[in-house]
Design a protein around this ligand. Structure first.
Ligand code: ADP
Length: 760
């Protein structure tokens, strides 16, 4: 083993807090810090978009510039450096491509991100001194060409020989598919038969993501279940064949969430702070949210929210199908989001004033208040690579109602009414009635069994969704590519007098998610039917008579507490400022060990003593076990949406955002782009979000609890996939109609519909 640290270049089209339009931005904002805490040196490469706030651009330091060849072009590329929380960010600067009003959705996206991928590859020659890239970790189609370029154009150079490539799929629905004229004109690869063959997906098109799947040394996706699902035609979006062929290098590593930014005990954006030990603040948050949204301020109404892109992927067909039943049954619903289903949401808000609210916008601060103030969080996705929102909801003690697919299946344990175990309510098939049943199982519990409800809330809040666990798995993966590099965690500065205290290890959260009991398969209580309206007339007014007797009602207690949320919205990004002063320092000065020591004294003690190796190992195992429990549910085809055909509603309709206001005029009038109209639609929905999304996503502090983290090597990455294949534990309260271990029939209609998004 060499003393060299694992040195990773992490390339992503977005990274919070600089630019975020969805989960990828969250991941690229959090995972690198967790990797640094796990002992790696990490450089994150992101385009220098025109939308990045000046508080960051002002502090960037120009470190290099060079030209990148792209077909017949020679494009300028600058590298601008910023160091935050031990992570070095190198922004790829080219104003023609990136100085625009939003990140995606332009007619020349294919060219822009081909440039980005080539620039990332070329940049490996211009890294700060001492940084020798071991792993180039690319994410989604925007960076998918980097492994292709690397092998075809750079492989022979000594510097590149050691570089292994990892490609992570965050959403296989977006692949970067373009007319094959691009192969010659932009990629300059038409003369390389191997490349041309592996990029081509049909007679007239090439597919960036397909290239990455063939060229990368390892492939990951963001949950074990999704890793399994995308190898099937139903979820593979046409790439399932390649993924099956390369399944030996494919693994699923669950995302985490930024547990500092999303912490109800400290969140400055919510009405009142609270924790698992003292939940009183949550009641106040609920009342404040009801008031803010114009809902009846009543604690006897379960309040269910959605914070999401309003798209077909997110299950909006089911929502619009079942909302009458849900709202007239006494459940309040509030939706925050933008997308293809804005009008239906406005319709329901108008039809059920006081019971339904729709906020058609992207509002980070409001999202915090909704996670905190709600009782339930609805996420009935058609497919869900990982999903962050359900994890955030659980952290805020808001119980998720989810469809058992992808990361939702891996993170939400269904309620077991016999054992009290579980962290939410789940259903298997993509079916509006099943979703409604799950919602009312939650509502019934809320109304009828406070103790059981409270226990479920405790279970959810105790689940460990920190990045520590995921970072360890990525480190193991990198290690499998570079076994000569020791990934044992660095020893923090030892404090002479600090004995190795086992307490620190035990103090780690790692509260295991409750394990579903395999033996009990309990038919879903149909109690909610009692609460449902018998006729349309009822639908117009909540069926109060049918509700269980509510408790004496807190009614107006919130009146005085008109929340100050809007002002808090701006707080987070500022928190980062201090890190800027280090931006010119050498990497050595940014060593994570020192940081960990400073921020986590308790943990420091733990790892300080080598002698605690066994303890650390134990801890690692514990956290693994936790993951195992939460992923215990089988990624069977059970949820393969046999009833998907039921969702007759609209198609994905991605083009909406493609209105993509004809790209800012001066920007790349590249003639090559003109012949690929498909490009504009490529990332349209994301663009919609981007346009409304403030570039400042919530920030957070350094990754937590670096110390006690697994210095020992847990199971190989593959193990997670294996886990995913384990038989699913009892479906508990989920629809008895679909036994958990029953392979579900294929859902051809789903696949067909989703395929409409493949041009992305
Ligand atoms: P996606 O598929 O969109 O990436 P995820 O659940 O993985 O879904 O992540 C969505 C992230 O975006 C979450 O942090 C969620 O809170 C946030 N988000 C989605 N829509 C909105 C909105 N309208 N306003 C504020 N935040 C939003």
């Amino acid at each position: 083993m060499s003393d060299k640290k694992m040195q990773v270049v992490f390339a992503s089209a977005e990274a919070a807090p600089f630019v975020k339009t969805g989960g990828l931005g969250d991941v690229a904002g959090s995972l690198p810090r967790a990797l640094v805490a796990a002992g790696a040196d990490v450089i994150v490469m992101v385009p220098k978009y025109g939308t990045i706030a000046s508080e960051y651009t002002d502090r960037m330091e120009h470190v290099a510039d060079f030209y990148v060849s792209l077909g017949w072009r020679n494009e300028y590329c600058g590298l601008e450096r910023l160091v935050i929380d031990g992570v070095t960010y190198l922004f790829i600067d080219n104003e023609r491509y990136f100085k625009r009003d939003y990140p995606y959705g332009f007619f020349d996206d294919g060219e822009r991100f081909a440039f980005f991928s080539k620039a990332v590859t070329e940049s490996l020659q211009h890294l700060p001194e001492g940084f020798q890239c071991d792993v180039l970790h690319c994410n989604d189609w925007h960076t998918a060409l980097a492994p292709v370029f690397l092998r075809e154009f750079y492989q022979g150079l000594p510097l590149y020989e050691r570089v292994k490539t990892v490609f992570s799929i965050h959403n296989i629905a977006f692949q970067g598919q373009y007319a094959d004229t691009i192969l010659n004109d932009i990629l300059g690869m038409a003369h390389i038969p191997n490349a041309a063959r592996q990029l081509r997906c049909d007679e007239h098109s090439i597919n960036y993501m397909q290239g990455a799947l063939d060229y990368s040394d390892a492939i990951t996706t963001v949950s074990p279940s999704y890793a399994w699902e995308i190898q099937t035609p139903e979820y593979g979006e046409g790439l399932d064949g390649i993924l099956r062929r390369r399944s030996n290098v494919l693994s699923g590593i669950l995302n985490g969430i930024d547990t500092d930014a999303w912490n109800p005990a400290t969140d400055p954006m919510i009405h009142a702070n609270y924790s698992a030990a003292d939940m009183s603040g949550k009641k106040a948050c609920k009342a404040a949210l009801q008031e803010e949204l114009g809902l009846e301020v009543r604690d006897d109404r379960p309040l269910m929210v959605m914070v999401t892109r309003l798209t077909r992927q997110k299950g909006m067909d089911l929502v619009t199908y079942a909302l009458d039943r849900i709202l007239s049954g006494g459940v309040q619903v509030a939706v925050l989001g933008t997308g293809d289903y804005e009008e239906p949401m406005r319709y329901f808000a108008n039809k059920y004033p006081g019971t339904c609210a729709a906020r058609i916008t992207f509002d980070n601060a409001l999202s915090h208040r909704m996670y905190a103030g709600a009782d339930m969080f609805l996420m009935p996705s058609l497919f869900e690579p990982c999903g962050l929102s359900q994890m955030i909801a659980m952290r805020y003690g808001t119980l998720p109602v989810v469809r058992e697919t992808g990361g939702l299946r891996d993170t939400v344990a269904p309620y077991n009414q016999f054992t009290g175990e579980g962290t939410g309510f789940t259903f298997a098939n993509f079916n509006g009635d099943e979703m409604g049943d799950a919602v009312f199982r939650g509502a019934r519990l809320y109304w009828d069994d406070h103790a059981a409800w409270d226990q479920l809330v405790q279970n959810a809040m105790a689940a460990d969704f920190s990045w520590v666990r995921s970072a360890d798995e990525y480190m193991n993966l990198y290690h499998s590519l570079h076994p000569e590099i020791d990934i044992t965690k660095p020893e923090p500065v030892v404090q002479e007098s600090a004995p190795a205290e086992p307490v620190a290890v035990e103090a780690e959260p790692a509260a295991p998610a409750p394990e579903p009991t395999a033996t009990k398969v309990e038919p879903a209580p149909k109690a909610e039917q009692a609460a449902e309206p018998a006729d349309d007339a009822k639908a117009e007014a909540p069926a109060k008579a049918e509700e269980p007797a509510p408790k004496a009602e807190p009614a107006k207690k919130t009146a005085a507490k008109k929340t100050t949320a809007s002002k808090t919205a701006a707080k987070k990004p500022a928190a980062r400022k201090t890190a800027a002063t280090k931006s010119t320092a050498t990497k050595a000065a940014e060593k994570p060990a020192a940081k960990a020591t400073a921020t986590k004294p308790a943990s420091t003690k733990t790892t300080a003593a080598k002698a605690t190796a066994t303890k650390t190992t134990t801890k690692a195992t514990t956290s693994k076990a936790t993951a195992a429990k939460t992923t215990a549910k089988k990624p069977s085809t059970a949820s393969a949406t046999k009833t998907a055909t039921k969702s007759t509603a609209t198609k994905a309709a991605p083009a909406k955002a493609a209105a993509t206001k004809a790209a800012p005029a001066k920007a790349a009038a590249s003639k090559t782009a003109a012949d690929k109209p498909a490009t504009a639609a490529a990332t349209a929905p994301k663009a919609a979000a981007a346009k409304t999304a403030p570039a400042k996503a919530s920030t957070s502090k350094a990754a937590t609890s670096s110390a006690a983290k697994a210095t020992a090597k847990p199971a190989a990455p593959k193990a997670t996939a294996a886990k995913a294949a384990a038989p699913k534990a009892a479906a508990q309260d989920s629809s008895a109609a679909t036994p958990a271990d029953k392979p579900a029939p294929k859902a051809k209609s789903v696949s067909a519909a989703k395929r409409t998004t493949r041009k992305r």
